[in-house]
Write a protein that binds this ligand. Structure first.
Ligand code: FES
Length: 327
């Protein structure tokens, strides 16, 4: 299980709308250290359907003692974005000190940044930090429409010709293989966007023969192939079946029921929460970026923090957690 989170009181002090359906909320956070690295994220306590929950968001560059998050109101939201959108100036919650699993290496001679939609949130901070240190940066920013491009004006001023915008509604696309081929041998790519973009990037990077350590990525959690549906999870070693609501992850449902689970990122990246699949009565919607497409196709494991069954039931074996306490 992840180390205990240290929570700090946080109060909303500013709300802005940097793009259609995107709300940037700034919190004054007690005891926050003054600076954090680009790509960092924070955990925030939210309430979903009257139940306490934790959601994770990237933190944007902001003044000392504050944390700013930008949240897209998504129709398939499990409830976190709806909670943030319902907040007003003066509202209070708790947040954690930002931590970083999407760090810039600072070792490359050129950086390619790629953002899809609200995936711009960590990439925006990276672009500012890289330009601030005089690094060579190119940013490819894709969105459905211009109205949905948060921070596009600021990035245009920052990067000039280094910003390449691709608007889906205008029919423009970009070729990942061409972009990767233009990087020098010690160039690096940092990508945040929907699942499909990350999969395509991983495949293109692998085919280019470059070191996988020079491709870094982060996924956002609401990018499955199917809309969320309730489903059930049976764990034979406990002799029990658990219900997972549409607005809940399997990991949340099991931990709330008292099952000891191992996890860390809660974003489908680290693989720590993976469980063995024994049987499934419905298709599985794998939303992680930890397993390869081949591993997902084999259907032996799934990441409980993001992946789901599309209705029906999935029977799992929590494996090494056999000795977990009985519930
Ligand atoms: S907790 Fe990291 S992949 Fe699920």
């Amino acid at each position: 299980m992840r180390s205990k989170l240290e929570w700090r009181p946080a109060r909303v002090i500013q709300i802005e709308t940097p793009a259609e359906d995107v709300r940037a909320v700034t919190f004054a956070v007690e005891g926050l250290r003054s600076a954090f690295d680009p790509g960092s994220h924070t955990n925030i306590k939210v309430v979903i359907r009257g139940e306490p929950a934790i959601r994770t968001y990237t933190v944007l560059p902001s003044a000392p003692g504050t944390s700013t998050i930008a949240v897209k109101l998504h129709p398939n939201s499990r409830g976190g974005s709806a909670f943030i959108w319902g907040m007003a100036v003066g509202d209070e919650t708790e947040m954690t000190e930002p931590e970083n699993r999407f760090e810039l290496s600072w070792r490359a001679s050129r950086y390619l940044l790629i953002a899809g939609g609200i995936g711009i949130t960590p990439i925006y901070g990276m672009a500012k930090a890289l330009v601030g240190r005089g690094q060579s940066v190119r940013l490819i920013y894709g969105a459905k429409s211009r109205a949905q491009m948060a921070f596009a004006d600021e990035l245009g001023e920052l990067l000039g010709d280094g910003l390449e915008a691709y608007i889906q509604d205008e029919g423009r696309t970009f070729d990942l293989a061409t972009e990767f081929a233009a990087l020098p041998a010690d160039g690096e790519a940092y990508i945040c966007g929907p699942h499909g973009l990350l999969e395509a990037a991983r495949n293109a990077w692998r085919k280019s023969g470059r070191s996988m350590s020079r491709l870094r990525f982060e996924v956002f959690g609401d990018s499955g192939r199917f809309a969320e549906q309730p489903f059930s999870v049976t764990i034979p070693q406990y002799g029990r079946t658990f219900e997972v609501r549409a607005d809940q992850t399997m990991l949340d449902a099991l931990t709330e029921a008292g099952i000891d689970m191992v996890y860390d990122c809660r974003r489908g990246e680290c693989g720590l929460c993976a469980v063995n699949i024994v049987d499934a009565s419905a298709p599985l919607d794998h939303r992680d970026v930890f397993f390869s497409p081949e591993e997902r196709h084999e259907g032996e494991k799934m990441c409980a923090c993001v992946s789901r069954a599309v209705g029906g039931n999935v029977t799992i074996d929590t494996g090494y957690r056999l000795e977990a306490r009985r519930v």
